[in-house]
Design a protein around this ligand. Sequence first.
Ligand code: 13P
Ligand code: 13P
Ligand code: MG
Ligand code: MG
Length: 363
Amino acid sequence: MKVTLSVIKADIGGFPGHSSMHPALMEIARQELGKQKGKLLIDFKVLHCGDDLELIMTHTKGVDNKLIHKLAWDVFVKGTAEAKKLKLYGAGQDLLKDTFSGNVKGMGPGVAEMEFEERKSEPVMIFMADKTEPGAWNYALYKMFADPFSTAGLVIDPNMHDGFTFEVHDLFEHKKVLLKCPEEIYDLLAFIGQPARYVVKHVFRNSDKMIAASTSTQRLSLLAGRYVGKDDPVMIVRAQSGLPAVGEVLEPFSFPYTVAGWMRGSHHGPFMPVGFDQATPSRFDGPPRVICAGFQLSGGVLEGPCDMLKDVSFDRARKMANEIADYLRRHGPFEPHRLSADEMEYTTLPGVIKKLEKRFRKI
Ligand code: 13P
Ligand code: 13P
Ligand code: MG
Ligand code: MG
């Protein structure tokens, strides 16, 4: 049986501000998805990362399925009504359209999906982030699937030795390219080192083309043409048996690398790995957070979640992230804490600059 794993998320209102999630919204999501358990859905889980509501669903309908996307959309619409009633902050923030058009892609919510034949044992890691953007997964995916200093299996495991192919999307020009690694790692890095524009969408195993990872790539500002909050992304990664071990999938997050999206979507900050109960970005609306829900799939049933990044082995990464946060914060409005000028075009800053345009004189 082929199982589809769909992770669909949206910010439909923060509590308070952009920091966390009101329990009433989680409850609505659980109730609504619960009505479809055993019908449209095999199983589901509802989580949150900061102010983003995360719907994790299994079914047999394949990716981009209209019924599944409509179900998620309806949950977000119903949740938004409650968020408005409670006057939560930015109620309905990520719902850019009024009516559902068959697929939530392009409507605001983020989507990561994959369909596969369940293996004898099927460990999957679902990553969810807040206060950052889709390109935030680029570094981690490179480490997991292309860097033998991070993933020992690339050297040791004969089933991984042929490497992996990265599907990279150019979010500005709407183009994609497949880059086969290890042969093309330099070419890959030439693009994905610019995560605001080039984003890894899928990773496939070279030996059999099996799908190993899938991410959400929606950029809200590019969809809406204006700043509407950050496109806090999600990612699905399968593990073990010819794929990176669970620990190899998690290893990249032991380093709190720099990502874009902190405070007003306008600042760089360290990507801090945390447990579910610490996914509440507060200092300067951050620093950016990542959580990971680990599952074993069993006939599509989601055994879990295990709170993978809560572990003490990530304590040092959290401490380092706080130190980096101190360092960057002291830059105040200066780059590189503030994003570069071309990225600031998608924030509220151009409004300020426009106001002063007439005051400039030739020199
Ligand atoms: P076990 O021997 O515990 O299955 O571990 C194998 C492995 O690959 C751990 O990284
Ligand atoms: P979100 O994208 O998580 O809503 O955050 C927006 C923001 O401006 C935080 O400072
Ligand atoms: Mg928000
Ligand atoms: Mg958010």
